[in-house]
Design a protein around this ligand. Structure first.
Ligand code: ADP
Ligand code: ZN
Length: 721
């Protein structure tokens, strides 16, 4: 009798036991098909001693496993990572394991997938639906379902277009290997600093042992070229590398640079991939054929066969923190994956997080520094503009000194970036007559006016509605007034001031795909844009040598709300955006519009004394017992039923264990008291570093029950509070 413990892909269940039928061979990590009630689910075979079951079933009641997929079993280090992540972030193991299997469809047996693409033929009968589909789908290729989604039409419309000859079938081979990057292709001449850092990293790769390293260098210092040498070493050793990037928009410039260095593109992994691309990438990664993967945070859980290096680029980025489903921090999970795989992990950043700096101070992470910019480029000087002493004209947002600087920059035929981290036209819209404010029906947040799309949008749940002509409260017509600036409003002001200039708004509304990012880069390089007005999306990864002026419209914005990381985040964000200026031979200038030029963070930005700023921030964290010196966990209780959510939150609060090393605050309404139609309450757990707070919470919540309409989510090391 052979039994197997299987982690089935259902987050509500723990591991289950099955019978392995005669002739079937499984081992830990095997991906199997298991029956569950009337359904079949994918599952992963696990060592029973590492995944205790809470319901032992006798041999005679076991059901048979139905099959083993013809893919390599998930290797030991990945299984350890799944266990660790589930444990640390208090998540169901199946929810974590699902990220490793990516999607069941990634594993289906067939080697060929039939996709469709446009032939250029116009069908004889052109209905409005067909016209829309053809226009939106353009040159995209994909499954019928994928094309229908892109086209915003039903599957039937796309099938009709196939019949009419407007689309043709293309067979895609899932087994087609990826091109192999060539470590000797575009070898750069490194500066002395770069050479020293690269040599240390190459040694780490060759040592094939766990070693986290902070690669700390100002923006434009050439960190990418340095870690490329570590990747080259991994390729030479026949090992795989993973590069994590914070934003999908960043991948485009990265892919180009990678190709210049290694002669071909790396394998990309992100949520925008088509099914055939996912399947091909997953297989080749599992087989070890795909040597370099560049991906979003979910690529951390892919089944690399032999990982030799992990790089987390822009490692300070808060978008590495996943805020839905399994709440994990990709930077921290990356370090753990490196530990289990026994390979080096490089965290690259010009503005490392305090947590990371502290690991260096503790001696747990090594540090490599690139002190200056590469080549002749100099770091730009940052000049404050005190908005109280030098206010913009009435109804405007750009102060006279910045207007003059823009004018001079345009005269020199150089490019300008105006930074404001606020999408849309105005953050708040109200009725001039009665003062009515437009609020999202699903969330505790204001609707944001977007003039480009003529909509009011909620930035939390995505709810949109047309801009009403009349106030829904008092009925007055044409009475809505925008309050405060968003990027679209700044763009209007710029067009008014410089009617000849070519202005581009760059936000997640305008750059929502790698193709859009590529288009933006091409337009910048062709000097088809004089002035960018953008959000944090433009602060990252781009390298435009002709961009010499950066204006920060509202440097105080990030300090609002005053959470634990507000100053640090403001410092990082402005350093990053400032780092876009003067990256080539021409010097850069940065202006900082602020109401509080004397705030510590503004002074640090102007003097450039990052070390003093970090030292003071670190000290205040230490005094408060805040991370990395103490720990937080948030318990968020939500339900569409306000009373149910509140009652559960209170019951959890009452059941809180009395432990000296821990303090529980709340419950109180969560910072977004309503989100997507659910009322939210939060308890904040503050614990000393030494306490195993996960264990305490597991035990505490494990003793309680709540109605099924209530959801309780634990966010370990939370970011948004
Ligand atoms: P960082 O990532 O540190 O901000 P980058 O890696 O983007 O800096 O480098 C800044 C610019 O300098 C890029 O255009 C890059 O191609 C160039 N650069 C850096 N090092 C070299 C080198 N050794 N040879 C040629 N160009 C380099
Ligand atoms: Zn909303």
């Amino acid at each position: 009798m052979s039994r197997a413990r299987v982690l089935v892909m259902n987050s509500a269940l723990g591991p289950l036991d099955y019978r392995v039928p005669h002739g079937m061979v499984v081992e830990p990590g095997s991906v199997v098909v298991a029956p569950l009630g009337p359904r079949q689910l994918l599952g992963i075979v696990w060592e029973p001693e590492r995944m205790p079951s809470d319901a032992e079933v006798g041999d005679n009641r076991l059901r048979n496993l139905m099959g083993v997929l013809p893919v390599p079993p998930l290797a030991d280090p990945l299984r350890r990572l799944i266990e660790w992540t589930a444990d640390y972030y208090l998540a169901p193991p199946a929810a974590v394991a699902r990220m490793a299997l990516a999607s069941t469809s990634a594993l289906e047996g067939a080697k060929l997938v039939t996709e469709y693409r446009a032939t250029g033929e116009v069908p004889p009968r052109l209905t409005p639906q067909r016209e829309q589909a053809l226009e939106r789908i353009g040159i995209h290729q994909g499954l019928i379902r994928e094309l229908a989604t892109i086209g915003g039409v039903s599957d039937a419309v796309v099938r009709g277009l196939v019949k009419a000859g407007a689309f043709e079938a293309v067979e895609v081979d899932i087994d087609a290997p990826f091109p192999l990057p060539d470590p000797a292709h575009g070898v750069p001449a490194l500066s002395a600093d770069q050479r020293a850092a690269a040599a240390a990293l190459v040694r780490d790769v060759e040592a094939e042992a766990f070693q986290p390293t902070l690669l700390d260098g100002v923006t434009g210092s050439g960190k990418t070229e340095v870690y490329f040498e570590a990747i080259a070493a991994a390729i030479r050793a026949g090992k795989q590398s993973l590069v994590l990037l914070p934003e999908i928009a960043l991948t485009e410039p990265f892919l180009k640079r990678f190709a210049a260095r290694f002669g071909c593109a790396p394998v990309a992994w992100h949520s925008g991939l088509r099914q055939s691309q996912r399947r091909r990438a997953w297989r080749q990664i599992a087989e070890g054929q795909a040597l370099v993967t560049v991906g979003a945070r979910s690529s951390l859980f892919l089944p690399y066969r032999d990982l030799g290096l992990i790089v987390v680029d822009e490692a300070h980025e808060t978008s590495f923190k996943q805020e839905e489903g399994v709440h994990y921090h990709a930077r921290d999970v990356a370090v753990m994956r490196g530990k289990f795989e026994g390979c080096p992990v490089i965290l690259a950043s010009a503005t490392p997080a305090i947590e990371t700096r502290q690991q260096v101070a503790n001696g747990r992470y090594a540090e490599l520094k690139l002190p200056g910019r590469w080549g002749a480029a100099e770091m730009p000087a940052i000049q404050p503009i005190d908005l109280i002493a030098e206010p913009p004209e009435r109804g405007r947002w750009i102060a006279p000194r910045l207007v003059t600087a823009i004018e001079e920059t345009l005269e020199r035929k150089e490019q300008v970036l105006l930074f404001l981290n606020r999408r849309g036209y105005a953050p708040l819209t109200l009725c001039r007559t009665c003062g009515h404010r437009f609020q999202c029906p699903n969330c505790t947040s204001w609707m944001v006016e977007h003039r480009l799309t003529r909509r009011l949008a909620c930035h939390h749940c995505g709810h949109v509605e047309p801009i009403p002509r009349a106030c829904p409260e008092c009925g007055a017509e044409n009475t809505l007034v925008p309050v405060g600036p968003g990027v679209e409003r700044i763009a209007d002001e710029v067009k008014l001031l410089f009617p000849e200039a070519k202005v581009a708004v760059v936000t997640s509304d305008t750059i929502w795909s790698p193709a859009k990012a590529a288009e933006f880069v091409a337009r910048m390089e062709a000097h088809d844009i004089d002035i960018i007005v953008g959000t944090q999306l433009v602060t990252k990864g781009y390298h435009f040598p002709n961009l010499t002026l950066v204006g920060v419209i509202d440097a105080d914005l990030g300090l609002e709300g005053g959470d634990l990381r507000a100053s640090e985040r403001t410092f990082q964000q402005i350093m990053q955006v400032a780092g876009r200026a003067g990256r080539g031979a021409k010097p850069g200038h940065v202006y900082l519009q602020t109401h509080s030029p004397n705030a510590a963070v503004m002074r640090a930005l102007v003097t450039g004394d990052a070390d003093a700023f970090y030292a003071a921030e670190t000290e205040s964290r230490r005094e408060a017992g805040a991370p990395p010196f103490g720990r937080f966990a948030a318990i968020v209780v939500s339900s569409e039923d306000l009373n149910a959510a509140q009652d559960t939150a209170k019951a959890i609060g009452r059941a809180a264990p009395e432990i000296e090393a821990m303090h529980v605050y709340g419950p109180a309404p969560a910072p977004l008291a309503m989100l997507r139609g659910r009322h939210r309450f939060r308890l904040l757990v503050h614990a000393r570093r030494a306490l195993d707070v996960q264990d305490v919470i597991r035990d505490w919540l494990g003793r309680l029950d709540w109605p099924s309409k209530v959801r309780v989510v634990v966010d370990v090391d939370p970011y948004s509070f």
